[in-house]
Structure formats: structure tokens, C-alpha cells
Design a protein around this ligand. Structure first.
Ligand SMILES: O=C[C@H](O)[C@H](O)COP(=O)(O)O
Length: 162
């Protein structure tokens, strides 16, 4: 038996624009079938002819994280860049684009990112699935040296510079 404490299953928000819809749906299916996931909340888009701009979706999903309604968000657009920029505008949210396993790992372990943005025009479906499976296992250590660095960002964001 492992000495690791059992982790609470994650509530994951997902969202995409029309460029990311197919990949978002594939990843949402993966998440729904994963025991490490308690719930998936899909902020759309749901139809390929829905032209809702990526920031409108990204803001809703990131806000769900900031409000504590979701633990993580997985956002997909053409490159992932717009979704990451958008999510980072929401106070308390740390988002990144990452298409390689090391960056995905460090985004959680170094930076405590709750949001992963993927580019459907950049990454293949199978690689994206693998990255997301690995992402679910990652957990930030609040007592790590990295936590003190992330705290500098949080302090700045809340207006406390010292
Ligand atoms: O970052 C933005 C996304 O890649 C989006 O899917 C495409 O945006 P665009 O239509 O402005 O190029």
C-alpha cells in the first residue's frame, strides 16, 4: 500500500473556441472516464458553427477556477495562446500554454498553474491526451521552495508588493 495520501478527485472546467472544439470534446470525454476527475463542466463551444470568441469562453472557465467552483481548467483554441492570456487576466488564476510533458509538469510543480491551454492547431490529439493524463497526477507542494516564488506573484496581484 502506498504511503501517499489519497487525493480528492478534481473538478475540471473545459472550454474552447471553434478551432479547439473537437480537441476539447475529445479531452472532455477522456476526463469523464478518468477516476481522478470528479466532475467536468463544459463552458462550450458545443457546435462547430458557434463563433463565440475564445476570450468569452476562457473568462468563464477561469472565473470558475477563481470562484472555487473548479479546481482546474483545460482550455483549447487554435494555439492555446489566446486562452492562456485570457485566463491569466482573472485574479488568482495562473495559466500556461504547454505542449510538452516537461512544461506541463513544471506548470503545476513550479508555478501552481490551475489552467492548461492547448493549441488544437499545434498538438495532435494523442499527445494532448497523454499530456492531460499526466497533468491530472500533478500536485503543487505548498511547502516547496517554488511556493515562495509563486507567492510573489500572488502578493503583486493583491496589491501587496512587500
Ligand atoms: O489564440 C487564439 C486562438 O488561436 C484562436 O483559436 C484563433 O484566433 P484568431 O482567429 O484571432 O487567429
Amino acid at each position: 500500500m502506498s504511503g501517499q495520501p489519497q487525493r480528492r478527485p478534481l473538478r475540471v472546467a473545459v472550454g474552447a473556441d471553434e478551432a479547439g472544439l473537437a480537441l476539447k470534446d475529445a479531452l472532455a470525454d477522456l476526463l469523464r472516464g478518468d477516476a481522478r476527475v470528479a466532475a467536468v463542466r463544459d463552458f462550450g463551444v458545443h457546435e462547430p458553427d458557434d463563433r463565440t470568441a475564445y476570450p468569452n469562453i476562457g473568462l468563464l472557465a477561469a472565473q470558475a477556477v477563481a470562484d472555487g467552483q473548479a479546481d482546474r481548467a483545460l482550455l483549447v483554441c487554435g494555439t492555446g495562446i489566446g486562452m492562456a492570456i485570457t485566463a491569466n487576466k482573472v485574479a488568482g488564476v495562473r495559466a500556461t500554454v504547454a505542449h510538452d510533458a516537461y512544461s506541463v509538469e513544471r506548470s503545476v510543480l513550479s508555478n501552481n498553474c490551475q489552467v492548461l491551454a492547448l493549441g488544437a492547431r499545434v498538438v495532435g490529439t494523442e499527445l494532448a491526451k497523454r499530456l492531460v493524463r499526466e497533468w491530472l497526477d500533478l500536485e503543487f507542494d505548498d511547502s516547496s521552495a517554488s511556493a515562495r516564488k509563486v507567492e510573489v506573484i500572488s502578493r503583486y496581484e493583491s496589491g501587496r508588493r512587500a
